[in-house]
Design a protein around this ligand. Structure first.
Ligand SMILES: *Cc1c(COP(=O)(O)O)cnc(C)c1O
Length: 229
């Protein structure tokens, strides 16, 4: 079995190649190691190999693992977030990638203000309009952002999407391109408190295409840790 360090080396190499191909600086892309189902020793191995951010999609897994690693790594919440669970992660995560409704905005705002922090968040967009996935539709995003102008305790720093799973990642290039185009449109609107600094897009199967289309955060699990149990 390939080691985590050598897997990570391969991912880094491919990210660099994809970035250079389109004239981007590879350093503008951060690899978030997706650690759902991954145990602590493996996570420590990834951290030793240079990983500085991990992504988890379940609150319960963060609350279980956080006390064991704490600030050795930045934690990102990348999965669907139930409103009643915000309180468990608000003091632990560096960024929430899955903002998709007004009730969640209100709860993050309330809990962040209680902690005296401003939580960086990304709006999740269901570009491909898959039934099985969360996120706003493309045309819903700008009205949503205008509705939450002035809200305290969180800062909108970009967009996130998950592309459908396909054999050939070229088939989902349009998903990443649409997300980038939406971010550019949002920037032109100059909505107060909204900054399109990040595009969180690309997973093991499609991160090279996502990087070519402008991803700044890629979320890679299998490509680093191997197949999940
Ligand atoms: C699991 C997961 C990933 C990583 O998937 P891989 O195919 O293992 O790289 C990325 N993003 C989200 C939201 C996930 O749930």
């Amino acid at each position: 079995m390939a080691s985590i360090a050598s897997n990570l080396h391969i991912v880094r190499d491919k990210v660099s190649q994809a970035a250079l191909k389109v004239g981007r600086n590879p350093e503008d892309i951060q690899i978030i190691a997706v650690t759902k189902t991954v145990d602590i020793p493996q996570m420590e191995e990834a951290i030793a190999a240079g990983i500085t951010a991990v992504g988890e999609n379940r609150v319960q897994e963060i609350t279980k693992k956080y006390p064991l690693l704490k600030e050795k790594v930045d934690w990102h919440l990348i999965g669907h977030l139930q409103t009643n669970k915000v309180k468990y992660i608000i003091d632990k995560v560096k960024m929430i990638h899955s903002l998709d409704r007004f009730s969640l905005v209100k709860e993050i705002s309330k809990r962040a203000q209680q902690q005296g922090i401003v939580m960086p968040v990304l709006v999740q967009v269901n570009v491909a309009e898959e039934e099985s996935k969360f996120g706003l539709k493309v045309e819903e995003v700008i009205p949503f952002l205008k509705d939450i102008v002035g809200i305290k305790g969180l800062k909108i720093l970009g967009l996130m999407t998950m592309a459908p799973f396909v054999e050939d990642a070229e088939e989902v290039r349009y998903v990443f391109r649409d997300l980038r185009n939406l971010a550019e449109k949002i920037t032109k609107q100059a909505i107060p408190g909204v900054e399109m600094k990040h595009l969180s897009m690309g997973m093991t199967n499609d991160y090279e295409v996502a990087v070519e289309e402008g991803a700044t955060l890629i979320r890679v699990g299998t490509g680093i840790f191997g197949q999940r149990k």
